[in-house]
Design a protein around this ligand. Structure first.
Ligand code: ADP
Ligand code: MG
Length: 268
């Protein structure tokens, strides 16, 4: 079985790679300057995600969620302010972050197992451990029997499980996700939400998860950063004070959904 002989590779406590995985978003602004009028996509956005915390960013389309996701991931440069991960300024993508996009971004010419192992080449994992690590991650997302399959024959939900396994393979401090379940049907989405919470519980990762689905945010998050548009900014930060596992028919669940919808200005 994977990982039996060497727990140091897989146990974040023992690997000691991330003393803290706290994310600090400090006064981040972003202005896109193209040919036309400049767009102020983010203005003075500040919040923190504590180590091990699950934070959702919620807001209407165009409020800057993806821009903020890309700035935190080191994929887009902020115009103002800074992002720090474990105290270190983020200036470019690193293996300290596992990133999951809405559109899967799997490599069609690689098998499931090769996709999951892809980032390990750039990581600190010794080459001898790569196969075992990929197998371990596949087991974590329940896809072991599909290791030799190519992405084209997987369902959307399965593709996103592969993307999550790939993001986690390098044992990142932070799991960063942009509307990862936006393209799957409602039933699959709820299943993936439960699975993600299981993965979070078993790995203790810090998670920053973007969604425009308020019920999804209330299902997942310890705290919700509610954003507003024009310019993209933090409207409010809501503690989700609902017992886990969360049930949608719990009145506290409904209360939180209603409160966040009101803050966004959406119809209840
Ligand atoms: P969200 O993910 O919340 O829908 P985005 O971050 O994608 O929001 O977009 C925020 C604003 O920035 C929108 O007005 C969008 O049109 C604009 N925008 C996003 N990306 C670019 C870009 N590359 N160039 C110019 N404007 C952009
Ligand atoms: Mg977006």
């Amino acid at each position: 079985m994977a990982g039996v002989n060497d727990s140091t590779v897989t146990d974040p406590e023992e690997s000691g790679a991330h003393a803290t995985a706290e994310v600090v978003v400090d006064g981040v602004g972003k202005t896109y300057t193209g040919d036309g009028t400049p767009v102020r996509a983010l203005d003075d956005v500040s919040f923190t995600v504590d180590s091990g915390e699950f934070v959702c960013l919620v807001g209407p389309s165009g409020c800057g969620k993806t821009t903020l996701f890309r700035v935190v991931a080191g994929l887009t440069e902020a115009t103002d302010g800074a992002v720090r991960l474990g105290g270190t300024p983020v200036t470019e993508p690193t293996t300290d972050m596992g990133v999951v996009f809405q559109e899967y971004h799997l490599f069609p010419w690689l098998t499931v197992e090769e996709n999951v192992g892809f980032g390990l080449e750039r990581s600190g994992y010794p080459a001898a451990d790569h196969d075992r690590r990929a197998d371990e991650m596949l087991a974590l997302v329940g896809l072991s029997e599909f290791r030799d399959t190519y992405p084209k024959s997987l369902s959307g939900g399965m593709k996103q499980r592969v993307a999550i396994a790939r993001a986690l393979a390098v044992d990142p401090a932070l799991l960063l996700m942009d509307e990862p379940f936006g393209a799957v049907d409602a039933q699959t989405r709820e299943m993936l939400q439960r699975e993600l919470l299981d993965v979070w519980a078993s790995t203790g990762k810090t998670v920053c998860f973007v969604t425009h689905d308020v019920a999804e945010a209330v299902t997942l998050a310890d705290r919700i950063v509610v954003m507003a548009a024009d310019p993209g900014r933090v409207e409010s930060i809501v503690d989700v004070d609902v017992d886990r596992p969360r049930e949608r028919d719990d009145p506290a669940f409904g209360d939180h959904v209603a409160r966040v919808r009101e803050l966004i200005g959406a119809a209840p």
